[in-house]
Ligand binder design. Sequence first.
Ligand SMILES: Cc1cc2nc3c(=O)[nH]c(=O)nc-3n(C[C@H](O)[C@H](O)[C@H](O)COP(=O)(O)OP(=O)(O)OC[C@H]3O[C@@H](n4cnc5c(N)ncnc54)[C@H](O)[C@@H]3O)c2cc1C
Length: 268
Amino acid sequence: MRCRVVVGAEGRRSVTREQAGIRLHTAPPTHLITGLLVDDVPEWPQDTSMSGTQGDVMFLAFPQGGARLRVYRCTAVDQSHRFTGRDGTRRFLDEFRRVSCLPWAAAVAVSRPIGPCATFPGEDTWTDSPMAPGVVLVRDAAGYNDPIFGQGLAIALRDARMVADLLVGQPERWDACGLAPYALERREGMRRLRFTASLIAALQAEFTPAAGERRARFYQRVRAGTDPDLRLALAGHRGTGDSAAGSVHAGDAQKHRWCASPFIMISG
Ligand SMILES: Cc1cc2nc3c(=O)[nH]c(=O)nc-3n(C[C@H](O)[C@H](O)[C@H](O)COP(=O)(O)OP(=O)(O)OC[C@H]3O[C@@H](n4cnc5c(N)ncnc54)[C@H](O)[C@@H]3O)c2cc1C
């Protein structure tokens, strides 16, 4: 069977990318991120997500409906075995008992795991161009943002929308020229998201005493409200205003309340 264009969307390990010879650049990971889907946390308010840093861990928690939560822990790059092995999931949850700045930490610690406890490098990847003759890559296959920033699905949806609109809007130009607006926007958008993710990682997922002092200074200034631009330092978007995330510090944990738009987090 012959087709005019192959859209590669098979995730991080895209075979289409490999076969098309499209090079994936990778920034060295600055931290690790371990995730787990859990159930039976009815105490958690389903309109609130939280993140924070305490000790040698950054944690994030996102409600998934019902009594479900997706929880993450970011650790230093030398902690790759911290949550592996037969007891890895239990150790992952047990550690929440020590997170005193998270109001529902005890409930998370006794929650029921309903997915794998997997650890990934906190890294950014990108392609100079997500295209080759007869091929266009979208979503993670075209390069992914550090998960610490939670932009993966926003990027995926934006990619799908842009490529679909270009293909449908100009059926006679399914080539590099016709798809150039997508390639250009993605390259610049991913550059911006990389920058923002690296700021967030430096602020939240470095665990040295100096990093802790910098964190404290940063949030003191945010709380004082004298530098409104500081909040923007933690907001990032792909370049056209479609996705943005922001947060404000409250104690050691940050609380995010979701508003009607699926792409915007506002401070709570
Ligand atoms: C730890 C972690 C936490 C994250 N947290 C968030 C978050 O909070 N918010 C967020 O928005 N994003 C998050 N992400 C990112 C998000 O998961 C990804 O960006 C998103 O899943 C990318 O979608 P995708 O379709 O490109 O890839 P995938 O979700 O990987 O889907 C690719 C699909 O292609 C299929 N496939 C693979 N090879 C082939 C083949 N040869 N033929 C046919 N099918 C194939 C796979 O089976 C899979 O179903 C996180 C990622 C990680 C690693």
